[in-house]
Design a protein around this ligand. Structure first.
Ligand code: F6R
Length: 243
């Protein structure tokens, strides 16, 4: 809890608006800023708000660069369940960001090592991530960094846990269709972001949120490493707030 700023919002919509304030602030100061993006249900109110704010002239994405946290291994960018497709549908197609300024790990990469290294190199060439958005899994994962005996460093391939496969099956026709592996920014990649905003909603996230920010820093709760990041803003709703 060393450097974490905590904002408790009434509901998921308000979490989205407060997180959008952070994006607006960072991007108005740095119009060509680099934002790290996440998929999942929790960021959806934020993405709706960002689209609205650009339409209202409050944010301009035309010079912004974006890098996503993760992607399923084996899914093509246009696969209906790919994270690239999710980002296009829920944000990128509706704002002025240039397609060439958006990156998502390539699900179909043949040379995994080379793809992961190129991903890190692109972020570095852009000058690093200015603002990284995170959600959190029920097991404390961020990106697809699952509980482990160590904190993984850079972008890499992971095998998904049964808990994550089960949580993500809601987006697929059947649990057998959920990929068993993914590519994700590492904990090191995430921790290198200059600023991090984490959004968390719903009472089912309360216990993991307590462990993350009020428990020991432990790779079995990957998100707990955020206690050591110098600039984290946690925005949660009342249902998720553990105290
Ligand atoms: C998504 C990601 C995941 C999610 C997490 C929470 O790109 O990296 O770590 O943030 O699984 O997902 P939701 O928001 O659907 O509960």
């Amino acid at each position: 809890m060393l450097h974490t700023r905590i904002i408790v919002a009434k509901n998921p919509e308000e979490v989205g608006k407060l997180a959008a304030d952070v994006f607006e602030d960072v991007l108005n100061r740095k119009p060509a800023g680099v934002i790290g993006l996440a998929t999942g249900s929790t960021p959806l109110p934020l993405y709706r708000e960002l689209i609205k704010r650009e339409q209202e002239g409050k944010i301009d994405f035309s010079k912004v660069r974006s890098a996503n946290l993760d992607e399923y291994k084996g899914l093509a960018p246009d696969h209906p369940q790919s994270y690239r497709k999710f980002m296009q549908d829920n944000l990128l197609d509706h704002i002025s960001i240039k397609p060439e300024n958006t990156i998502v790990p390539l699900g179909l990469a043949e040379d995994v090592q080379a793809m992961c290294e190129a991903y890190e190199a692109q972020i570095e060439e852009w000058g690093g991530v200015d603002l990284q958005l995170l959600g959190i899994g029920h097991d404390g994962h961020i990106g697809f960094n699952e509980p482990d005996t160590y904190f993984p460093g850079m972008t890499h391939e992971v095998q998904l846990t049964e808990m994550t496969i089960d949580a993500n099956k809601r987006f697929f026709d059947s649990i057998d269709d959920v990929p068993r592996a993914a590519f994700t920014m590492g904990i090191g990649t995430i921790m290198a972001a200059k600023k991090i905003v984490m959004v968390v909603t719903g009472s089912d996230k309360k216990e993991i949120l307590r462990k993350t920010f009020w428990g020991p820093v432990d790779p079995q709760v990957p998100a707990s490493i955020l206690q050591f990041h110098p600039d984290v803003v946690l925005i949660c709703d009342e249902a998720a707030y553990p105290l």
